[in-house]
Design a protein around this ligand. Sequence first.
Ligand SMILES: Cc1cc2nc3c(=O)[nH]c(=O)nc-3n(C[C@H](O)[C@H](O)[C@H](O)COP(=O)(O)OP(=O)(O)OC[C@H]3O[C@@H](n4cnc5c(N)ncnc54)[C@H](O)[C@@H]3O)c2cc1C
Ligand SMILES: NC(=O)c1ccc[n+]([C@@H]2O[C@H](COP(=O)([O-])OP(=O)(O)OC[C@H]3O[C@@H](n4cnc5c(N)ncnc54)[C@H](O)[C@@H]3O)[C@@H](O)[C@H]2O)c1
Length: 451
Amino acid sequence: MTTTCDVVVVGLGPGGEATATQLAGAGLDVVGIDERLVGGECPYYGCIPSKMIIRAADALAEAGRVPDLAGTVEVRPDFAVVARRISEEATDGWDDQVAVDRLVDAGVRFVRGHARLSGPRTVEVGGEVFEARRGVVLNPGTSPSAPPVDGLADTPYWTNREVLRAESAPASMVVIGGGPIGAELAQAFSRFGTRITVLERGPRLLGPEEPETGDLLGSVFAAEGIQVLTDVDIQQVSYAEGRFSVRLADQTVEAEKLLVAAGRRPNFDDLGLETVGLDPAAHSIEVDDRMRAGEGLWAIGDVAGHGAWTHLSMYQSAICVADVLAQDDAPRADYRAVPHVTFTDPEVGGVGMTEQQARDAGLRVRVGTQDMAANSRGWINRAQGLVKVVEDADRGVLVGATVMGPTGGDVLGMLTTAVHAEIPTATLRSMIYAYPTMHRAVEEALKDLDA
Ligand SMILES: Cc1cc2nc3c(=O)[nH]c(=O)nc-3n(C[C@H](O)[C@H](O)[C@H](O)COP(=O)(O)OP(=O)(O)OC[C@H]3O[C@@H](n4cnc5c(N)ncnc54)[C@H](O)[C@@H]3O)c2cc1C
Ligand SMILES: NC(=O)c1ccc[n+]([C@@H]2O[C@H](COP(=O)([O-])OP(=O)(O)OC[C@H]3O[C@@H](n4cnc5c(N)ncnc54)[C@H](O)[C@@H]3O)[C@@H](O)[C@H]2O)c1
């Protein structure tokens, strides 16, 4: 059966759901298709449940600071509390009925099933064909990918989709990958008593961030009893009698559970990208600054290749919606100031370019840093972390910044404004920074630009 509509949205992750809802709200006839859960990875297997575990783990860590600061406290971690919260409050038992109802109430025609492009402006799902007068928005997102390690595929390893449905904290867990997923979950489970070994093939945790942050996080992890092995070459994985065995070049690591957090692959399988002239073997879909991937075709979210964060998917959704609606003042995508935060303790927030990226871009770079522990509030709180600012010295503006600290993600906010709005460094230097806040470390890092 062939049906016509104005727009088909394929994949209802954070950006796709917002796009479908807003286009329907603007009066278009919109079909929204998802084969799994409306809302995508973030609410069910990503940001929200992981941050619920992290919030609980941070509470345990805070209690652990009492003997040093305030007396005694007795703590008995119980993962069942957070597992229940994830199931009942965050995911409704991994049921998206509320999200589906919200979508349908907004006027979207919802179809559950695997969508496949079958040519320009045409999508097939479950034997039905939708022809979209304006076009198709792709928001298929990504899935966890497993490295090609001998034996791994035959074992019952966990990815983010299984670990975030755990009902108890395992006694021990090997984590493959020291990126954001691996680092956040390694520390959170460790605080619930799981003995953790992180295996990272690169030289440090959080590879793409400023190297100082990965090095400091490595020492924080070591102090908390989390084993981090870097520059590893995993040769084989096996599973027998309830235990995983991970063979490296020089040793074998064993644990009750194995979490693979070694990156993502785009959901391009059987999406029909070749029918619209796109390469299904690519890692992302090339888009312009209006999120256009072709005639009557837009792509947003993780597959657009500018970073895998929920706020970026939402940002791109707003640009795509304005373009689909042909609004006169439609915004263009601008990636100079994309903020991102890894919610380890201390948090690691970054925006814009790292020092190396700025140098590689040929800028005349000045760098300022400040140790968070040397800031009054940081010292009082026994905080660890740093602020690093990267200036384009010729223009006198920041092009990047990093804040690592207990509230690093929030302190990053003012530096995101600075990079986005290209506020002169001299203006930032002339501001007053409240005493004693972590923000004052930003003032010191700015002063250090002149050092
Ligand atoms: C453990 C974890 C923690 C994270 N934490 C954070 C965080 O703290 N902050 C942050 O900003 N980001 C975080 N992220 C990243 C964030 O989840 C993603 O960037 C976000 O979900 C945006 O993805 P998306 O919009 O591209 O689509 P996705 O969320 O991946 O959704 C895509 C949807 O498309 C559907 N789909 C795919 N192919 C088809 C098809 N052919 N037919 C029909 N439907 C299809 C899928 O079923 C899915 O529902 C985290 C991710 C993980 C895994
Ligand atoms: N707080 C947040 O915003 C947040 C949290 C989690 C995830 N995310 C998003 O999800 C994306 C995916 O996260 P991720 O951590 O899975 O991926 P990633 O690609 O960012 O990191 C994967 C890590 O695994 C390592 N690795 C790959 N193969 C390996 C191997 N064979 N042996 C050992 N190590 C190996 C890589 O070197 C890398 O450090 C992130 O890039 C981020 O955009 C965001």
